[in-house]
Design a protein around this ligand. Sequence first.
Ligand code: FES
Ligand code: FES
Length: 149
Amino acid sequence: DQIRDLYQEVVFDHNRNPRNFRVMEDANRTIEGFNPLCGDRITLYVKIDGDGIIQDVSFQGSGCAISTASASLMTEIVRGMHESQAHALFQTFHRIATGKDETLNLEELGKLAVLAGVRAYPARVKCATLAWHSLEAAIENKQATVTTE
Ligand code: FES
Ligand code: FES
């Protein structure tokens, strides 16, 4: 169907050509995200300025196609946002990814199509949420290893 097609297209594109896939030397938050189910890891780098604006965000690591695509999309979406906006988006993402919000339609999802795919393939939710949980830890200013639940 339409959602699955969009999902597959987005995951393919972002996995083959991940955006912001680089180390950030001057990051002020660095988070290790770990998915214990498969052993995949990402490192998320975030630079948040004194006004709470996410100036830069990037990642490295080896994950599956879905975790890489989700991280890539996330870095594109949250750059330039205030950390409170990014936090609100995390909560929306999380509600959708865990099936608690069925109200968003395809247009509203837009680039968050990975979420639509997560609903189509619920077994992959931990892959798709790894980067977002890492971002949330960065916003909370934890220097931590984040494990998807
Ligand atoms: Fe490891 Fe997806 S299989 S993060
Ligand atoms: Fe977010 Fe489990 S996927 S707490």
